[in-house]
Design a protein. Structure first.
Length: 283
């Protein structure tokens, strides 16, 4: 028998005609390092099927926000809500179990292991029964190929060592893994290491694939034009506080670029992603 009261909406949903409950919501979240607030009363919503780009200078609170969402750091005040219910993650493992996956800036892979082994690391596919249970190698390779194609990396050899993956491909592998294992929210701490336009385009396809699958996506970036290209919403942080909470209807790329310096290569990136996803030019 269901424990949901008669006439009420199931958990994580809203009554018909009302605003959907966001996957993740922050309400007045404050995080202190000693007496110094790294975040101060930050409130925002992360809806399903939307990309929220978080922008700000170094020291603005972006890394602390990622730490709270990923379970690395518990907040001191306010509420972190998942499907409308307050949660306090004690570890990244708890956040992952709740459906929040994080792609870290300094993403690491096991370089000597194959791509498919990295994909299934800790969750290996097996077949047969004990004591004859063994790895299901063929299925693991097939799933890895399929999921990497899903995020825009077709034709990848799943047996190649992970060390052969380029920047962008490693992050795409992490996104593909999160999608496959049922993540509902995806937090991306954008790499600071330089990436070519082709690699940025590749990673952008993976991010858009996650949004298309209905995930609530957060992209932490210092690149305003890239943010405007892929983002639906923009959270601007300054000194640990919300300096602005905007949508694409509220702000254009030039205004975001005026807040943070951009680069000439962004025009090439815009053309590349728009060619692959024409709907971006219509948003």
């Amino acid at each position: 028998m269901s424990s949901t009261p008669e006439g009420s909406a199931p958990e994580g949903t809203a009554p018909e005609g009302s605003t959907p409950v966001p996957v993740v919501e922050l309400r007045g979240v404050t995080v202190r390092h000693g007496n110094v607030p790294a975040l101060s009363r930050v409130s925002t919503v992360l809806p399903a099927g939307q990309i929220t780009c978080v922008l700000g200078e170094n020291g603005s609170g972006k890394s602390t926000l990622v730490a709270v969402l990923s379970g690395l750091r518990r907040h001191d005040e306010g509420e972190l809500r998942l499907d409308g219910r307050p949660v306090r993650f004690r570890s990244p493992a708890q956040a992952r179990a709740a459906g929040i996956a994080t792609v870290w800036e300094d993403l690491a892979v096991a370089p000597l292991l194959s791509v498919w082994r990295n994909f299934f690391l800790g969750a290996e596919l097996t077949r047969g029964v004990w004591p004859l249970r063994r790895l299901d190698l063929d299925r693991a390779r097939e799933v890895t190929r399929r999921e990497m194609t899903r995020v825009g990396v077709p034709g990848l050899d799943p047996d190649q060592p992970a060390s052969a993956l380029q920047a962008g491909e490693r992050q795409s592998l992490a996104v593909a893994r999160a999608l496959h294992f049922g993540a509902r929210a995806l937090i991306i701490d954008e790499p600071t290491a330089p990436m070519t336009i082709a690699r940025q385009t590749l990673f952008g396809q993976a991010i858009l694939a996650a949004r298309a699958q209905g995930l609530a996506v957060v992209v932490v970036t210092n690149n305003p034009r890239y943010a405007h290209l892929i983002g639906d919403r923009f959270l601007l942080l300054a000194g640990g506080q919300v300096a602005g909470s905007l949508t694409r209807d509220d702000v254009d790329a030039d205004v975001l670029t005026a807040l943070m310096a951009g680069g000439e290569e962004l025009s090439t990136l815009t053309e590349a992603l728009t060619a692959l996803h024409p709907e971006l030019g219509e948003r």
